[in-house]
Design a protein around this ligand. Structure first.
Ligand SMILES: C[S@@+](CC[C@H](N)C(=O)[O-])C[C@H]1O[C@@H](n2cnc3c(N)ncnc32)[C@H](O)[C@@H]1O
Length: 345
């Protein structure tokens, strides 16, 4: 993937909204319209984005952020994919990508990969139809649905697999511990789970508190198969627009957005009454809080993984990357996460 598309993908992932546009930003966007990118091939889509000034500015600011980050000549797109796929040759093994949506890390051309989501592609296309940052024509077909059934049940004869990739998915899952256990159950002993995760400090989760052991234990004990009312309430009430470049440089003081109380209550009531799936960021991390949380889960004997690679959030970026390997020794698992502590800001 070329640089331009990853700049836009950064906006896609986090939907950062901005409050001011400048002529400089417009010049940056011009640079970001790179003839090598797949987004550039859908000029109509970009033009449609211009129709919404709010999102137009979002793309531009993300592009500017990425430009600065790669000013030394690095290729952010390659870096991101390389970090996720480090140590894997996807052309030679069999894997699963969870929640690829419109931006799979591994394409069907790259190797033997199955796409898993909580619902089918048509439902996802309808859900994102009016979302200006998701190109619905790029949403890939889903091979297996994970939700009511366990991951092992939905993959049946396809397991075990050599890797599982989940880019900006884990923060959405209702029961983090069971999610990890179910992935462990379909991985081969030398398999890897590769995660890309948003860092609260640079995204719309800015105002939310970081998830703690008690939060994940609560969801685990309740056997949540859809986001819990408390996650839905926190997500709707407390997400807010954040300029990620300013969050890295001069700092930001975002305000809670008013007028969300009714929709938050209505969604939470519906979840309680009907058990419906209301997608939300159920979990909130920084690159260091995630290490501590995983170590805490390992300490209580509920984490079937150790950490073998960690890429902290880089300057002007909004995400960090973690590679997990199967591990049944709680002490080893906890120590592996704690050994990476402190490297993140
Ligand atoms: C924010 S999108 C990430 C898209 C893409 N991987 C990326 O990095 O831009 C989250 C994806 O995860 C899927 N998802 C959310 N909760 C899920 C769950 N519990 N199980 C499987 N997929 C889920 C969503 O439907 C969506 O496709």
């Amino acid at each position: 993937m070329a640089r331009g598309s990853i700049w836009l993908a950064a906006a896609v992932r986090e939907g950062i909204r901005l409050v001011a546009g400048t002529s400089k930003e417009r010049r940056v966007l011009a640079a970001c319209v790179d003839p090598r990118t797949r987004f550039d091939q859908t000029a109509e889509w970009l033009v449609a984005c211009f129709g919404s000034e709010k999102w137009f500015r979002s793309y531009v600011r993300c592009a500017e952020s990425a430009w600065r980050a790669t000013a030394g000549g690095g290729d952010l797109a390659l870096d991101r994919r390389q970090k996720i796929l480090a140590g894997l040759d996807v052309s030679r093994c069999r894997g699963v990508e969870i929640g690829p949506l419109h931006a799979p890390i591994v394409s069907k051309r790259d190797g033997n990969v199955l796409y898993v989501d909580y619902t089918d592609a048509d439902t996802l296309r309808r859900k994102y139809a009016n979302n200006p940052i998701v190109d619905v024509s790029q949403i890939v077909d889903v091979d297996a649905y994970w939700g009511a059934q366990s991951l092992g049940e939905c993959l049946a004869q396809h397991a075990p697999v050599d890797y599982v990739i989940a880019s900006h998915v884990l923060e959405h899952v209702p029961d983090l511990i069971t999610w990890l256990k179910e992935i462990r159950a379909i991985l081969s002993p030398r398999g890897r789970l590769k995660l890309a995760l948003p860092d609260r400090r640079y995204t719309f989760d800015y105002l939310r508190r970081e998830s703690q052991l008690v939060d994940v234990l609560n969801a685990y004990l309740l056997k949540a198969r859809a986001p819990l009312p408390i996650a839905i309430l926190d997500y709707i009430l407390n997400t807010t627009a954040v300029d990620n470049v300013k969050a890295w440089t001069e700092g930001v003081s975002p305000q809670r957005e008013a007028g969300r109380f009714e929709s938050a209550l209505s969604a939470a009531r519906d979840a309680i009454k009907t058990g419906s799936y209301h997608d939300a960021h159920c979990w909130v991390f920084t690159c260091d809080s995630f290490k501590t949380l995983m170590a805490d889960i390992a300490d209580v004997g509920l984490l079937p993984f150790a950490c073998d690679q960690y890429y902290d959030t880089e300057l002007y970026q909004i995400e960090f990357f973690v590679s997990l390997r199967p591990c049944d020794d709680p002490k080893e698992a906890a120590a592996s996460f704690r050994s990476f502590l402190g490297a993140g800001r």
